[in-house]
Write a protein that binds this ligand. Structure first.
Ligand SMILES: [Zn+2]
Ligand SMILES: [Zn+2]
Length: 110
């Protein structure tokens, strides 16, 4: 499914977006299951949700500009975008570079 994210998009949605739905569903189920006395399942579900939210805001909204409304000149954010562009340079499954989402190499800062 992630492969669709590395190909030129023809439509607004791509198969990679299905991950968001799958994880949102899993997260809701876990939070519901653990909601009675806020056991570990609730917090696992909450963690998945928070990761999804960060991924959406940083990756989809800021890095890929899916909504064209989030601009920044912040050095850290620009480094996150740069790191992700490196991740996107590779089109195959092998030799890909992980971009780390919120962690950037020092040399990308500036
Ligand atoms: Zn991407
Ligand atoms: Zn990728």
């Amino acid at each position: 499914m992630h492969k669709s994210h590395h190909q030129k998009a023809k439509t607004f949605f791509e198969w990679n977006d299905l991950f968001a739905l799958l994880f949102a569903g899993l997260s809701l189920l876990l939070m519901y299951a653990g909601s009675k006395d806020f056991d570990y399942r609730f917090f696992i579900g909450l963690g998945i949700s928070l990761y999804g939210l960060i991924y959406f805001v940083v990756h989809d909204w800021f890095v890929h500009r899916r909504f064209k409304t989030f601009k920044s000149t912040n050095a850290y954010l620009l480094a996150v975008r740069k790191a992700h562009k490196i991740h996107h340079k590779n089109r195959g499954k092998e030799k890909g570079k992980a971009f780390g989402l919120l962690f950037v190499r020092k040399d990308l800062l500036n």
